[in-house]
Design a protein around this ligand. Structure first.
Ligand code: GP9
Length: 429
């Protein structure tokens, strides 16, 4: 545990920022329903196939006066996919660069969101119709202090209501309502959808939009399954309203990770109407939608600042009015203007307000042009070009150093199981 003071100093100097006073406590005492939307990517939002909106409900929800919609929000997962996204959200730490931390370090101590909200009277549950050993969830949820995991045995699953990976999202959400109702309030419940999962299988009767037409069956099939997920979330909102739980809850919806890999770049370029998918585009495709919906709030807006999954824990803690000064974490409150000026991806790429850094080059974040090219176009002499080039290189190198340090500290906490040495002063169960 010798590294702990150094890590704490780094966090205090570099990560710790003011939280939003305006949003402090806005969700105090309310239920938090967190929907992990399987493979939901940003590119699907506001898109059309054959003149039909792909995600009509979510597109409207993004504009709703009770919704804060984050438009430049990145998934930061590695090989652990959904489990990595869960790890990021619950701990505000990075998953590992190889393997899934849920498997490799499922028995560690953590200082998770569920643990921190327990003192405020919150119970925490995960509702997911899959077996409990998948991603070693049962052990990891225990380590992250999640009180209960209701897996596939809590659902009525039959061949008729299943497709692909298991229970379809519509019956899943429908059957989840009584499970939510029986929970003691206030609760934090994570719901993990399943139908919009590779290879994106869907029964004909559930398809309400055409497939895309390209040489990638994966991308083609993705469109009707994303639409099905959109409809299932709409149905869930209606059911929540009918049940009376809606007003007492804050609903967070987050795309967990990409669904369409770079193997489908030709088809993706066709979908996005681009000549090709550049390394810059590849990073931008790691954007996933994030909605924070607070019924009755009325101040919702689209927030364009760069942000990522690492930011959810400090954001939700602040919304619940929970003090987290002593916490060890690597993200910032999404509602604060005082934030780190970069988002790190697990492979060491990063995004700042000005640049996207990937594959050893910095790109202009707004236009996607490589900075070398921008400098060549915008300068009038070799001297000016070389000065500007040095400036950009220094900026990108400095951020890269921060990113590498941050990732290595997060790794050190996991590899050394360092939380077991830290007393956060909370009551043990
Ligand atoms: C499985 C589901 C999918 O339970 O969460 O996980 P993924 O394969 O997307 O990581």
């Amino acid at each position: 545990g010798n590294e702990i003071p150094e890590i704490q100093d780094f966090i205090q100097e570099n990560v710790d920022h003011e939280r939003s006073e305006e949003m402090n406590g806005v969700a105090e005492g309310k239920n938090v329903i967190f929907i992990n939307a399987e493979s939901l990517q940003h590119f699907a939002m506001d898109s059309e196939v054959n003149g039909e909106e792909v995600t009509p409900f979510l597109d409207d929800l993004a504009q709703d006066e009770d919704t804060y919609y984050f438009d430049n929000f990145y998934e930061q997962t590695g090989q652990g996919n959904t489990s990595d996204s869960e790890f990021l959200v619950e701990n505000s730490m990075y998953p590992l660069s190889r393997g899934a931390v849920f498997f490799t370090h499922g028995g560690n101590d953590y200082h998770s969101f569920p643990e921190m909200i327990e003192d405020k009277g919150y119970t925490s549950t995960v509702l997911h119709s899959n077996n409990k050993s998948f991603w070693n969830r049962e052990q990891m949820y225990n380590s992250m202090n999640i009180d209960e995991f209701k897996g596939e045995e809590s659902y009525d699953v039959s061949p008729e209501n299943s497709v692909g990976w298991g229970l379809k999202d519509k019956p899943y959400f429908e059957q989840s309502i009584p499970l939510l109702e029986e929970q003691e309030e206030p609760f934090y419940t994570k719901m993990i959808t399943l139908t919009n999962h590779f290879p994106f299988e869907l029964d004909e009767e559930d398809a309400t939009i055409d497939k895309f037409d390209s040489n990638s069956n994966t991308l083609n099939n993705y469109i009707p399954t994303v639409r099905y997920m959109d409809e299932s979330i709409e149905q869930f909102f209606d059911d929540l309203k009918d049940s009376g739980m809606y007003e007492d809850s804050v609903i967070v919806i987050m795309g967990d990770h990409i669904g369409i890999s770079e193997n489908h770049n030709n088809a993706m370029a066709q979908f996005l109407d681009k000549d090709e998918i550049t390394p810059y585009d590849q990073v931008q495709l790691q954007r996933v939608p994030l909605f924070i919906h607070i019924p009755g709030d009325g101040n919702g807006e689209q927030i364009d600042k760069i942000s990522g999954q690492i930011d959810l824990k400090p954001t939700m803690l602040n919304m619940l009015g929970i003090e987290s000064d002593e916490d060890i974490y690597f993200g910032n409150d999404l509602f604060s203007d005082d934030r780190k000026d970069y988002i790190a991806l697990r492979n060491g790429d990063f995004i700042t307000d000005d640049y996207v850094s990937t594959a050893g080059a910095c790109y202009d974040r707004e236009t996607g042009e490589p900075m070398d090219q921008v400098i060549e176009e915008e300068t009038n002499s070799e001297e000016e070009a070389s000065e500007k080039s040095e400036e950009v290189q220094n900026t990108c190198e400095a951020v890269q150093d921060q990113v590498d340090t941050e990732l290595s500290y997060s790794d050190a906490l996991i590899y050394g199981d360092l939380f077991r040495f830290i007393d956060f002063g909370e009551e043990e169960e």
